[in-house]
Design a protein around this ligand. Structure first.
Ligand SMILES: [Zn+2]
Length: 408
């Protein structure tokens, strides 16, 4: 399994200049690969693997290619073939596509070290050091730990259009090192949890926690302000470019905040429970009206679920998506459906008399569906009324951000 972690990087001026110089050599290597691909008729051209064998000749002919890490140079050749694959995929899907073009410096702002030529050091604090071969040390803000089980497969260094530097680590966890998921038969209502993804920007768990979504209203306000400013600039002017970077910066800031927040919640869930059940959004999306706000929230929940699944693998936790239809209407105790408009916050069953919070009922349904998805029945000695928490604990976004957990 693979994923990547991204960190802001703060190279010194000297190192930044070296990074730029190396990236530009990689850009020339990329363009030269394209040139050979189109103009040279030879056995060893046509796949990344074969094309790698030309690199010694390149270095003889153009000594500049010896100045960068050779694995990274191979990776750049591979990047060309990746792009080529991407292009032919689009073509197969009936899209009109052109040819791959030479990259200008503006279009080529990153390089990737693969397997060797890098080392991550001093990871105990909030900052860490990334060493790159033929370049040196780079200070990075280490705001998120790389899990012990994961190994770093590659490192990409990128200069954003804002001028900021980032490094991202491509991680791979070793199958053998991964913790095994607990036996399905060992799951019960105390070590499993159903999570209701609220339309109103929060989650509600079957054990009675509600977790608020991050309040980003001031950030969105700032984004709107910067976008308004952009709309007043002359397109193509220097000021336009400057303002465009400003907008990109705010957007990235929001994305990062949301991602960090979701990392914290998902890590807590998979650490705390043996099984986590959530609604299947792909089905849910088709059932509900697609309001714009709803779509936006769906995208956030999708990211939340994919993080959850990834971490389930990493920590050895079952993560299962369940059928979402009717989780709100259905009574968690007797199964009778009652229509509920969104403003009715209570579940009050006309059939069996169960009374609880609307979302608690939904989360409990998600939990039960998760059990049956895994081939388990609801434990008979646990009536739903007793499994339902007696009250709700509200966890503020601030507490999640500061403590990094939802626990008390
Ligand atoms: Zn009922």
């Amino acid at each position: 399994m693979e994923c990547s972690h991204r960190y802001p990087a703060y190279p010194t001026q000297g190192v930044a200049a070296e990074l730029e110089r190396h990236i530009d050599i990689h850009r020339q290597a990329y363009n030269y690969t394209l040139y050979e691909y189109e103009n040279v008729d030879a056995e060893d051209i046509g796949s990344a693997y074969k094309h790698h064998s030309r690199l010694p000749d390149w270095k003889d002919e153009f000594p500049i290619f010896s100045e960068v890490n050779s694995k990274a140079l191979q990776r750049t050749v591979t990047r060309f073939y990746h792009n080529l694959d991407g292009l032919s995929e689009k073509k197969q899907n009936g899209r009109k596509v052109g040819k791959l073009k030479w990259k200008s410096p503006r279009e080529f702002q990153s390089m990737t070290f693969s397997q060797s030529g890098f080392e991550l050091k001093n990871t105990s604090g909030r900052h860490a050091t990334l060493w790159l071969s033929k370049i040196g040390d780079i200070n990075i803000r280490y705001h998120r730990d790389i899990p012990d089980e994961a190994s770093i497969k590659e490192v990409t260094v990128k200069k954003e259009t804002t001028g900021d530097w980032f490094v991202s680590f491509g991680l791979e966890s070793d199958e053998a090192d991964r913790p095994e998921k607990p036996d399905v038969d060992s799951l019960d209502s105390s070590n499993s949890i159903g999570v209701d993804l609220g339309i109103l920007n929060y989650i509600h768990t079957s054990d009675g926690k509600t977790v608020d979504w991050l309040d980003l209203e001031d950030k969105y306000e700032r984004l709107r302000r910067e976008q308004r400013k952009l709309s007043r600039k002359q397109k193509g002017s220097n000021n336009f470019e400057k303002q465009r970077r400003e907008v990109a910066k705010v957007k990235r800031h929001i994305r990062r905040k949301v991602l960090d927040y979701q990392h914290k919640i998902t890590t807590w869930l998979v650490r705390e429970y043996d099984a986590v059940f959530v609604e299947d959004l792909d089905v849910k999306g088709m059932l509900e009206d697609s309001h714009n706000a709803r779509n936006k929230q769906d995208a956030a929940w999708r990211q939340f679920i994919s993080l959850l699944e990834y971490k389930g693998e990493l920590y050895g936790t079952h993560v299962v998506q369940v059928e979402p239809e009717g989780t709100t209407k259905e009574c968690a105790s007797c199964g009778v459906e009652t229509a509920k408009p969104v403003w009715v916050r209570e579940h009050s069953c006309p059939s069996c008399g169960l009374e609880c919070d609307r979302d608690a009922n939904a989360a409990m349904n998600v939990l039960q569906r998760g059990f049956s998805e895994l081939g388990l029945g609801w434990p008979e000695d646990t009536p739903v009324e007793t499994a339902l928490p007696t009250d709700t604990t509200q966890v503020s976004a601030k507490r999640v951000v500061e403590a990094g957990s939802l626990g008390a």
